[in-house]
Every structure is written in C-alpha cells, then in structure tokens.
Design a protein around this ligand. Structure first.
Ligand code: N01
Length: 548
C-alpha cells in the first residue's frame, strides 16, 4: 500500500485496478472532477502526489499566503447548501482557511475513498487497440482507465533557478511552493528573499516583521495594489448568500469570471485627467485588482490608456516609500500594469521603510551564484544569510503535464510535441491524445479568471461530453488537428491584440530560461470562451472526432 492517510479513509493501491476515469491531481480541480464524474455512475480514481488534498493550497504555506480573489467568490458554486453553510471569516481567504474548506469539501462529499495520496503519476500511455490509458506511478503501480483527466494544476511545478553553488549554502533555503508544514520561524535571522511576484509580495512584510534583517532581491519591479483585507462584514455576507445563485450566474457572463464589478463603459482617454485620478483613487481605496483594471475599457489594449493607470501606481509607490532611490527601483517601468499578474498586498511598499529591510536590484546586477553564507551578483556580495527564500515561481501551465510521460503507445511524448509551446483545442484536449481531458489547460482562460469557476466550467463540459458519448455509443473522442490549429491561432491573435505580450511574464514562459515564448492562457474573456465551448458541444462536439 502506497498511501499514508492524512485524514479519513483514503483509497489504497490495493483497491480496483481498472477505472472508467483516472484523475491526476487532488486539488480543487481533481476534487470537483471526482465528485462530478462519480455522480455519472463512473468509477473514478484520483492520484495525488501530496500527503493531503488541496493542490496549490496544500503546498503554498509560506507566511502571508492568501488568495487575491475575494473569498465569497473564490469557492465552489456547485452546491448551494455548501456555499450557504460555509463561513469565510475575511474578505480574502488565508491559505489555512482555504485548505480547511477544501478538506471540508472532501469529507462532505465523501471524496477520500477514491483518492490515493502520496502517489505521483509519472506516465500515461494510451493503447489505441485496447482504447485505454495505462497510468504508472512513481512507486511502480499501474492502473488502466478509459479516460484520463489531467487536473495537475497550472502553478504546481515550483522552480528554483539554476544558480551555481546552491548546494554549498550553509544556511536553510526554502521555496514558497514547497513550504515546510511545520512553518518557519525567522525571528532573529538574516534572510534573503529572491523574487517579487505575488508570493514574494505577500510574504515579504511577514518575514520583515520577524527577521533581524531582510534583503530582497528584485529582478522585475511588479505592480501591486492594496488588498484592503478585513473581517467579512456580516451584512455583506448575508446579502451575498441571498444573491449567490444570481451572482454565480452573472459571473459566467464576465471576462474574469467574477461578478459584482460593473463593466466599464469609457476609455481612459475619453475622460479628463481629474476624472481619471479620482477614479483610480477610488479603486485604490476600495482594494482589489479586478476593480482597478475595470476602471476603463481599454487599460489592457491601449498603451496610452494603460500609461495613465501605470503612472498612478508609480506615484503611489513614490509617495509611500521614503527613500527615493528605493522607490525608483520598486516603481515598474518595463511593462504595462496588468500585463503581468497584478499583485495584491498588505503593507508591501511600506515594508521598505523599515530599518531592517534592504532592496537589491538584480536586473541591473544579476545574481551569479549562491555561496556558503550568502550570494554573489556580478558587482557585489550579499549576506551573511541564515536563510534564503526562493519566491521564484513555477514552470507555469505546462510544467506539471510535461513532467508526466504522456504518449500514445509508440508515439512521441506530449512534452516533445509541445517543444515549441503548448497546443490544445479549447485548452480541453490535445490532438493526437484520445480520451485525455485537461482541466483549465493552456489555451483556456484558466489563470486569467476566478480559477474555481473555470474548473467547474471545464469539468461540467467534460461530464456532459462523457454523457453524450455514452448516450450515443461513442467510445473515443479526440480533438481534430485543424480545429486545434485554428484555436491556437485564435488564442495568439487575441493575445496579440492586447498589451499582454509586452511583459516578460510566466504567461509567455519568460521566467524559465529556454522555455518557448508562447502566450499560454486565453485572454478573450471567460464569457465568450464559455459560449464557444457550449456551442461546440451543442453542435455535436464540433472540431472533435468521435468514434466507436
Ligand atoms: O511567481 P512569479 P509567484 N533571479 O513567477 C523572480 C499565483 N499566486 O510564486 O519577474 C532573480 O510571479 C521573478 O522575476 P521576473 C499568481 O497567479 C497567487 O510569485 O521573472 N529573480 C519574479 O519576481 C502568480 O502570478 C497568489 O523578472 C528571479 C519572481 O521571481 C503566480 O501564482 C499568491 C529569478 C517569481 O514570480 C506565481 O507567483 C501567490 C532569477 N533567476 C501566487 N527567477 C494569490 O492569490 C525568477 N525570479 C495572492
């Protein structure tokens, strides 16, 4: 038996060997896939690498980790009793709170009996003659399944840059995405943090409050807005719960999958400078990123319009950070606001006013190597450090899938086929890989939306597809090559009509040296994307080849 039971009874390797569906990943995506597909009467097994369910929220336990989508939104909508009964204490959920919620869902819907923990899937091979997948685990188990659902996550392959000398570092080092479960006490320590994306921005104020001294190494200055987190107002919660059904439905009709933000009607350049400033001030005071980007219709498509919002935030940084030289390093100038993931923070810029915090610009002077007690850039040495924290991100969107040896027997691996960048039809299937679905894969809106809504939409689509196949006697489904090619072209065209490609972001794989530069998420908006998926299904799964 390969699993360790963390909570409740989980599935074991000795249980059944053949399933209708194998789901890879026991995060928010895998759990809902299990619930939904089991509801169709299918036998389903989930394999999860971690010792508990939760995916992202299981691994990312760094200090200050919390979601930047409001908790009343960032939750499952498939069960009204669940959403009515669950109480979120704060405007934004903390990592422990979200993990508690996910565990509650696992228990409430009796999911654990079909989840095998501590089991990393390393291979998935389709046998065209038998019409089934064989999945292999790190421990050498093999199971077969008619269908395979990859719910392996978009930000689940943590990446420590390939710095020379890391093994010689005598202190402790950590990655935000592989945080020790027992936590880390930085009290009295000299700490270096590398990376200022969402994880770094959330974590830095917390480490600064504990450490003797914190040195932050920043390569790209990032835009961050105040989150304005607070205890959830009971009246707001009551109203939201009363309107839940309508709000969930309304969210489906929005670009980011989040309701409650009136769509903008004017471009930024159509109003006066004074009006713009007052709008941005209002959004800054309100907190949240969607609302800010929703100030005007054209912030993500028109450079001049975007400049007004970017400059507003740069000025805020200059007004918060007392040392002008530090403020200039922190003020992003190399990408339009919103084209990298816009961060939300609590006292991030204020942290640089502390006496025990210093900032190093490693864009102009890159890190060369890690040494026994610190690190070296081209022009200097930094340390000594008792600990180094890598907030250096993930091999995003394709990392988890490319780590699995996915192939059709005798054919090239998915990783080889994606050497020039991922290619999917609707982010749901890959041509040449029958009966393998991807939940929120590259080419779907996924990371550009409220993820749980995206997960539910994909999983519901897959469930409806399997029902259709059963009702019509089909056994195999595959994305056609022309449909996939046309979709990939559309994804690129849409991205090219926006400002997104101007940033060196993980959306284009820029954070991984050598990764092909391809814009991976679909930024045409959730609402239009969902309509497209629905019409594909209504037209008998247009662009897919179904066979017996
Ligand atoms: O990772 P990132 P993250 N030398 O890739 C730097 C979600 N998330 O874990 O920008 C020096 O954004 C890198 O620099 P650069 C969210 O979708 C959500 O922070 O590549 N620096 C960057 O500053 C988010 O976008 C939440 O130049 C190096 C940082 O490391 C995604 O996860 C919270 C370097 C990596 O930033 C990933 O966020 C946390 C090097 N060699 C995460 N290599 C919330 O919901 C990399 N960097 C709030």
């Amino acid at each position: 038996m390969s699993e360790v039971m963390e909570e409740g009874r989980t599935a074991t390797a000795a249980d059944t060997r053949h399933f209708d569906v194998v789901v890879v990943g026991g995060g928010l995506g895998g759990l809902y896939a299990l619930h939904r597909l089991r509801g169709l009467g299918l036998s389903v097994r989930v394999f999860e690498a971690g010792s508990g369910v939760g995916g992202t929220w299981f691994w990312n336990r760094y200090p200050g980790a919390r979601c930047d989508v409001e908790s009343m939104e960032y939750s499952y909508g498939f069960s009204d009793p669940l959403q009515q009964e669950w109480h979120w204490p704060e405007r934004y959920g903390t990592q422990p709170e979200i993990l508690r919620y996910i565990n509650h869902v696992a228990d409430r819907f009796d999911l654990r009996r079909d989840i095998q923990l501590n089991t990393r899937v390393v291979s998935a091979v389709f046998d065209p003659a038998a019409g089934q997948w064989t999945l292999g685990t790190e421990q050498g188990e093999m199971v077969t399944a008619r269908f395979c659902v990859m719910a392996s996550g978009n930000l689940s392959t943590p990446r420590v840059p390939d710095f020379k000398g890391l093994e010689s570092f005598q202190g402790k080092w950590y990655h935000t995405g592989l945080w020790p479960h027992e936590g880390v006490d930085f009290s009295g320590l000299r700490v270096g943090v590398i990376g200022t994306g969402s994880s770094g921005v959330q974590m830095i104020p917390h480490i600064a409050a504990q450490a003797d001294h914190l040195t932050v190494f920043q390569r790209t200055a990032n835009f961050s807005l105040p989150a304005r987190n607070a205890p959830l107002d009971p009246e707001k919660e009551r109203r939201h719960k009363q309107e839940y059904e309508d709000r969930r439905r309304a969210a489906l009709d929005t670009p980011f999958g989040i309701a409650g933000h009136p769509a903008p009607t004017q471009g930024a350049l159509q109003v006066t400078e004074a009006e713009r400033q007052s709008a941005y001030e209002r959004k800054w005071a309100e907190g949240g990123s969607i609302s800010f980007l929703y100030s005007y219709t054209d912030l993500l498509v028109n450079q001049e319009a975007n400049d007004t919002a970017s400059e507003f935030v740069r000025q805020k940084i200059r007004s918060i950070v007392r040392n002008p030289a530090t403020a200039e390093i922190l003020a992003p100038k190399d990408h339009p606001i919103g084209t990298k993931r816009l961060c939300l923070d609590t006292n991030y810029y204020e942290t640089y006013n502390r006496n025990n915090v210093s900032l190093v610009d490693v864009k102009s002077d890159p890190i060369q190597e890690i040494a026994a007690t610190g690190l070296r850039t081209r022009d200097g040495t930094f340390g000594p450090f008792d600990a180094i924290v890598f907030a250096t991100g993930f091999d995003a969107m394709t990392g988890a899938l490319r780590e699995i040896d996915v192939r059709v027997e005798g054919g090239p691996a998915l990783a080889e086929q994606w050497e020039a960048g991922p290619r999917t039809y609707l982010g749901l299937m890959v041509s040449g890989f029958p009966n393998m679905f991807v939940v929120t894969g590259p080419g779907s809106p996924s990371v550009k939306t409220q993820m749980i809504l995206a997960i539910e939409q994909h999983t519901d689509w897959i469930a409806d597809c399997l029902t259709y196949m059963r009702d019509h006697g089909y056994e195999r489904i595959e994305a056609s090559r022309p449909a996939q090619d046309a979709w990939v072209e559309h994804v690129n065209q849409v991205a090219d009509s926006t400002l997104y490609p101007l940033a060196n972001s993980w959306y284009v794989g820029a954070n991984i040296p050598g990764k092909p530069r391809v814009f991976m998420p679909y930024v045409g908006g959730f609402a239009g994307y969902k309509r497209r998926c629905d019409s594909v299904a209504a037209n008998g799964y247009e662009g897919f080849v179904l066979s017996r």
